[in-house]
Design a protein around this ligand. Structure first.
Ligand code: SAM
Length: 242
């Protein structure tokens, strides 16, 4: 899977590309991240990427021409590598991203992501070049870089081979509509808190049932609306009935 990110601050992406799950996935060529600065696609002497807003008011707006040139160059490079990319603009006005959407994003071969700055981008760019707008939550960041990294991290860790253990993504919160169960590691006792006995039992069916019960209980306590949307699978019902 390939991401081409259009950003004025490519150095920020080292947070994602130098350490951890995503960095490993990049090394193993499970995913690719290409960074493109629209300043490199300017044609004027000042290499300007922003300008004052029509109608006045505070802040600056990212200009159409450098962004369009960057998007076209990124799509052409992806196409030359055999990848047909769609274009997404990270925006607090976009569709709010959740885990099911992350799974759909991961099914596409490539994305060009536009990280906005200032007051955002010229609206005509969205009209002409953007397929989707994505928000990572109802708050405003200074730029789309962190939002792009959030989405890429969540997507890349789902790709086959990205995580050490294939099951871990399946058990995570939101993967199956539930929150994850609690986890424990050594030592068995900390102060007067003991690890639940069932986890030491070696009885895999009992452990699976306990984990499902915990996940259901937590979801009911913390996010009851998730349970209402979800219901219960036959396998889960049978496990609880055992
Ligand atoms: N004036 C814009 C508005 O109110 O809709 C906000 C601009 S914001 C200061 C600058 C950039 O940060 C945006 O263009 C967008 O790329 C990014 N951004 C801010 N909040 C975001 C969010 N919640 N999700 C995704 N991107 C966000």
């Amino acid at each position: 899977m390939r991401f081409d990110v259009i950003t004025l601050f490519p150095a920020q992406f080292t947070a994602l590309t130098e350490e951890g799950v995503v960095a490993r996935a990049l090394q193993r060529r499970i995913a690719e991240i290409h960074l493109r600065n629209p300043r490199d696609d300017t044609t004027d002497v000042h290499r300007s990427v922003d300008d004052r807003p029509y109608g006045g008011g505070p802040g600056m707006v990212m200009r159409y021409a450098p962004l369009r040139a960057a998007i076209e160059a990124a799509r052409a490079e992806a196409a030359a590598a055999g990848v047909r990319s769609r274009v997404a603009y990270l925006s607090p006005q976009g569709e709010r991203i959740h885990q099911a959407k992350i799974a759909r994003i991961s099914a596409a071969p490539g994305w060009v992501l536009i990280a906005g700055r200032y007051e955002g981008v010229d609206e005509r760019l969205i009209e002409d070049c953007v397929d989707e707008e994505w928000s990572i939550g109802d708050y405003v960041l200074s730029g789309g870089e962190l939002a792009a990294m959030v989405v890429m991290d969540a997507v890349i860790r789902l790709l086959p081979g990205a995580l050490g253990h294939a099951d871990s993504a399946r058990q995570d919160s939101h993967a199956n509509g539930l929150l994850d169960c609690p986890h424990y590691t050594r030592p068995e006792t900390i102060a007067d808190q003991r690890v639940p006995q069932v986890l030491l039992s070696g009885d895999h069916r009992a452990i699976e049932r306990w984990r499902l019960q915990q996940a259901l209980g937590r979801t009911w306590q913390r996010r009851p609306e998730l349970l209402q949307e979800r219901g219960m699978s036959d396998v889960e019902q049978q496990l609880l009935d055992d």
